[in-house]
Write a protein that binds this ligand. Structure first.
Ligand code: GLN
Length: 488
């Protein structure tokens, strides 16, 4: 273990028993953040705010108060999740000066449990991307290999956890944005059942798909964070009245039926990813699980369906960023409202965001609605039906998280289709609202992390955490990356 790589569980235990001060923990985390500055993880690093919060916690401990289960745990929050008084940009010029008046519910609950937000992490603009290259604040670098992307859109959160800056980070996952960067950076990434974590205060991209998720290096930390944040929120109409169980459900895999998704496990994957899958299957069998074949016949329509639904919803959600009330305004008011809106959008939204708004508006327009958006909704239903059938003979499904490991920075920037196709494994669970987790599965021959994905039926989130915990124990896969920082 590298210094500073302690878990959230250990930190909270030490801080609550006054073995370590919250201030000490936060100082160490901030020192690592500074040492990792070449990764461009942060849009905002709130050193003063984090130190002040730590001192307040230490004072409360000195006064004999018992703090919450995340006492003194430094966390990073993706910058499309609102933090009261702290800049929240969504990675966009349009919100480059937006300071929210409130915390998102998930942030409020983390803070109430004693967590300390040290900063806001870089992301693809409004969550649109798979490489973190679509950020108005520059790309993030992968801590395992500085020439590679960290994945996206929660690239900063994944890099922060992988580089040992914090044990826990929040991301959002609309079609894979927690799981894919987790896989590329060698950490765990968990997206619970749709409706488990409140989205109040999360900047919307595609509302029927958007979810909050957690990135961590250890399963115990993931479960702890979920236990603090999950649960109904009257401020989010899609929040489930009763949250699924996310605590450890034991790690005995005897009798568990794991279905390998045939459509996602073949030649479309790099040899390194096929090896990672084979290693995982061997580990699962050693642990007593029964590995069977599973079919999702409509999986091959997943990416097309996802990109129709997601862009259609985005075109509606992003219409508010027109320079009138919510976002940066460009152009003299004498030009008139229409021209000011045109100028504001034209100048403050990035290329990929514009591309998506155009695609989504097209898919929703009169005359095309049925052919594109309507059809996508019907295929979405068929994909969900596929899952229902697959879960008749499997308790969880297994696939690679991504068809290949982290790709070189710049290599896909001008090829949106290639970028989109990389979401083939992750978008399915998003379309069906199912819980899914990316688990580290060793390294490729060129020393890049490989991730495998487990998907469970709705509300069976605990099953996923159990499988991930069993694998973690089996192969001790949370080794930190050799990113060559001076950690002294
Ligand atoms: N890569 C996908 C996209 O660009 C997923 C993004 C996300 O989950 N926010 O839409």
């Amino acid at each position: 273990m590298l210094p500073g790589m302690t878990t959230a569980v250990e930190i909270a235990r030490d801080v609550r028993s006054a073995t370590r001060s919250a201030r000490e923990v936060v100082d160490r985390s901030l020192a690592r953040a500074r040492a990792a500055s070449h990764l461009n993880i942060f849009i905002t690093l709130d050193e003063a705010g984090a130190r002040a919060a730590a001192e307040r916690l230490d004072a409360r401990i000195a006064a004999g108060e018992d703090l919450g289960p995340l006492a003194g745990v430094p966390v990073v929050v993706k910058d499309n999740i609102l933090t009261a008084g702290l800049l929240t940009t969504a990675g966009s010029e349009a919100l480059a000066r937006f300071v929210p008046p409130v915390d998102a519910t998930v942030v409020e609950r983390l803070r109430a449990a004693g967590a300390i937000v040290i900063g806001k992490s870089n992301l693809d603009e409004f969550g649109m991307g798979s490489s973190n290259e679509n950020s108005a604040f520059g790309p993030v670098r992968n801590p395992w290999n500085l020439g590679r992307v960290p994945g996206g859109s929660s690239g900063g959160s994944a890099a922060a956890v992988a580089a040992g800056v914090v044990p826990l980070a929040l991301g959002t996952d609309t079609g894979g944005s927690v799981r894919q960067p987790a896989a590329f950076c060698g950490v765990l990434g968990f997206k619970p059942t749709y409706g488990t974590l409140s989205r109040y205060g999360v900047i919307a991209f595609a509302s029927s798909l958007d979810q909050v998720g957690v990135l961590a290096r250890s399963n115990g930390d993931l479960a702890l964070a979920m236990s603090v944040m999950a649960g109904a929120d009257p401020r989010d109409a899609t929040s489930l009245p009763e949250a699924p169980e996310c605590a450890f459900a034991g790690t005995n895999l005897a009798g568990l039926r794991v279905g390998i998704v045939r459509e996602l496990s073949g030649d479309g994957n790099s040899p390194a990813m096929r090896d990672a899958l084979a290693r995982t299957v061997a580990d699962l069998e050693t642990l007593g699980a029964t590995v069977v074949d599973a079919d999702l016949p409509y999986a091959r329509h997943g990416v097309a369906t996802y990109y129709l639904v997601a862009t259609a919803e985005a075109s509606s959600n992003l219409s508010r960023f027109d320079g009138m009330v919510y976002s940066a305004r460009h152009g003299e008011s004498s030009l008139g409202q229409a021209q000011v809106m045109t100028e504001s959008r034209g100048r403050s939204l990035g290329r990929e965001v514009k591309r998506r708004v155009l695609m989504g508006t097209y898919a929703l327009s009169a005359g095309y609605y049925d052919a594109y958006y309507g059809k996508a909704l019907r295929v979405r239903r068929l994909i969900a039906d596929d899952f229902d059938r697959a879960f008749e003979s499997a308790d969880v499904l297994l696939s690679p998280t991504t068809p290949e490991t982290a790709f070189p920075l710049g290599s896909r920037r001008d090829d949106p289709l290639a970028m989109y196709l990389g979401d083939v494994d992750t978008c399915l669970a998003s379309l069906a609202g199912l819980p899914a987790i990316s688990v580290p599965a060793g390294l490729s021959p060129d020393e890049l992390p490989c991730g495998v994905q487990f998907i469970a039926p709705p509300m069976r989130d605990a099953r996923l955490l159990g499988v991930a915990a069993a694998l973690e124990r089996q192969s001790g896969r949370t080794s930190p990356p050799p990113f060559g920082m001076d950690l002294s």
